[in-house]
Design a protein around this ligand. Structure first.
Ligand code: SAM
Ligand code: SF4
Length: 358
């Protein structure tokens, strides 16, 4: 079967990149490596582009979903997971859109849970966790939960998510997750200037009070409203300064060299941790070990890729695992050196965060 390779359109991040190999030529050691010497060990698998929220930094109210027929089937997700496991991927994160809206999530978790990954996590807004079989998921192999909460104030959460959600929604979800044995629980916060940056020290209070790992994320240019600008980004330095006025933080070395966050504990020994994901002000592309596959089966070597590789076509053509493996190896070879947000000619990808999988 012959597969048309996408043409790479060089952008600033690609300058100096080794040209992509001809089909078949990057197939080497049976693992995923790129032309910059990085080994890919981490898959973010999006299982839906649908969501019951419309967060201002992610999805517009009138955001158009992909047609259902374009989304992968359970069997197709499981085939991808099986193939990437055979290529040395050790970590899997299930995401979306809102993954708890995916109807066959239980079967997906049970399926990937039996594939021998070291770590399986899921990112969710937490709103539906009270109707999810959390204990079963834990038994079936889901190791960790990451929740999202962008303000400690009810009115603000409602404005940011454009729903009736409140901080209590996530506090309840934390309790349910802990009771089901998920540890640690992480809570993502997207920090935006003029929206929630006056709450940074309160977020630290929340981490201490609920003994969670708080992940403060710099706003990235992946919102469907295109409201992102450099001025809207609250940098890691600014976040640390704001929290530092209330609490002394001590840096913590991550045991994962590909960790995307700058990690801190509280100097007074209080529970909870702070992690800062400084994708914009301190990119960590050199240590990136990630591959993303969208709910409609597009392989994205980078969040900010302008080119995608269509693995769905292969899957629907009845390709053998071997062909899918070769296709993934070739596609990861093209991973760009960096996202290039810092360069003057940076352009955001057409796909927004909810359609990629965060
Ligand atoms: N719906 C789930 C949730 O919100 O947790 C999972 C998918 S969501 C796309 C994954 C993560 O991406 C969330 O923590 C969200 O806050 C983050 N995110 C979405 N848009 C973002 C943006 N423009 N910049 C930075 N992070 C973003
Ligand atoms: Fe939905 Fe998550 Fe995007 Fe918010 S960040 S709109 S919860 S996908």
């Amino acid at each position: 079967m012959s597969i048309a390779l996408p043409i790479l359109r060089p952008d600033s991040a690609d300058v100096g990149q080794t040209p992509p190999p001809a089909p078949g030529q990057a197939r080497g050691p049976g693992r995923l490596i790129d032309s910059h010497g990085r080994t890919i060990r981490d898959l973010r698998l999006s299982v839906t582009d649908r969501c019951n929220y419309r967060c201002v930094y992610c999805m517009d109210p009138d955001f158009r979903y992909m047609p259902k027929r374009e989304l992968l089937s359970l069997e197709e997700y499981l085939t991808i997971a099986r193939v990437v496991a055979s290529l040395g991927i050790r970590k899997l994160r299930i995401t979306g859109g809102e993954p708890t809206l995916y109807q066959r999530l239980d079967e997906l978790i049970a399926g990937v849970g039996a594939m021998g990954f070291d770590d399986i996590a899921m990112t969710t807004n937490g709103s539906l966790l009270d109707r999810m079989p959390l204990e079963r998921w834990r038994r079936d192999g889901l190791d960790r939960l990451t929740l999202s909460l962008d303000s400690m104030r009810a009115q603000r959460v409602a404005e940011i998510t454009r729903t009736a959600a409140t901080p209590q929604t996530v506090i309840d979800a934390i309790g349910l997750g802990k009771a089901a044995g998920f540890h640690p629980i992480k809570v993502n916060v997207v920090v935006m200037r003029g929206v929630n940056d006056d709450e940074l020290a309160d977020f630290a209070d929340f981490a201490r009070e609920h003994a969670v790992e708080l992940r403060l994320i710099e706003f990235m240019p992946l919102d469907s409203s295109k409201a992102w600008s450099r001025e809207t980004v609250v940098t890691a330095d600014e976040m640390l300064a704001a929290i530092g006025r209330r609490y002394e933080l001590v840096p913590v070395e991550s045991c994962d060299p590909a960790s995307t966050s700058l990690n801190f504990r509280f100097a007074d020994g209080a529970p909870g941790r702070i992690g800062i994901i400084a994708s914009v002000s301190r990119p960590f592309c050199g240590a990136c070990s990630r591959l993303r596959i969208t709910a409609d089966g597009k392989v994205r070597p980078c969040l900010f890729s302008h080119e995608e590789w269509d693995v769905r076509a292969l899957l629907r053509d009845g390709a053998a695992d071997e062909e899918i493996r070769d296709f993934l190896v070739d596609s990861m070879w093209t991973k760009q050196a960096g996202h290039g947000i810092g360069s003057a000619d940076f352009t955001a990808p057409a796909r927004t965060m909810s359609a990629i999988g965060g």
